[in-house]
Design a protein around this ligand. Sequence first.
Ligand SMILES: [Cu+2]
Length: 209
Amino acid sequence: MNPLDQKHFLPHCRTGEAGTTRSPAFGRCGRVAALAFVFVAAFGFTGCNDGTPVNDEPDEPAAEALSTPEPMQAFEDDGDVAEITIGGDDRMRFDTDRFTVRAGQMVRLTLEHTGQLPAQSMGHNVVVLVEGDDPIEFGADVNEQGGSMDNDYVPEPVRDRVIAYTAMIGGGETTVVEFKAPESPGEYPFLCSFPGHAGMMNGIMEVEG
Ligand SMILES: [Cu+2]
């Protein structure tokens, strides 16, 4: 099959047999589809689907890692949730250096790594610290206290300084952490604890009374 035929083939399969195009290999397109699959696989296209985005996210990050402590995990959603999204890129930057929540409010914090580099070289997480802690110092302590990909660069000895943290992710990945904001209003620093990132990647979670 040459590329010209391919161009015609893909739209045909996508719209041809309405409602049954999810698995073209079992449909009328049969062997042609099989050939197309080879082509698609080789060139990274996502033809013959029904237009829904292809979920190409890797398996859950750091599934084996020391898991996020219980209190940081999912809460009962009572409808009063602060939805916060922070982007991180391949240039070692967060797109947000400040966000505000209310004291005691449930927070759903999403980190989107908008870059392409893998977590091993440009990993990002978001670590929210207790009030008054210093993100640069914290980053240095993570390295001294055994920070690694296995513990999302939040090793056990520094966890008493942490209110919440996300998994460490690479380009194209997204991760979410849910937690309850502190009851005490104030400024709570956050950072990325990947080695060398805290200086560039830090900010403030402001807790309003
Ligand atoms: Cu980072």
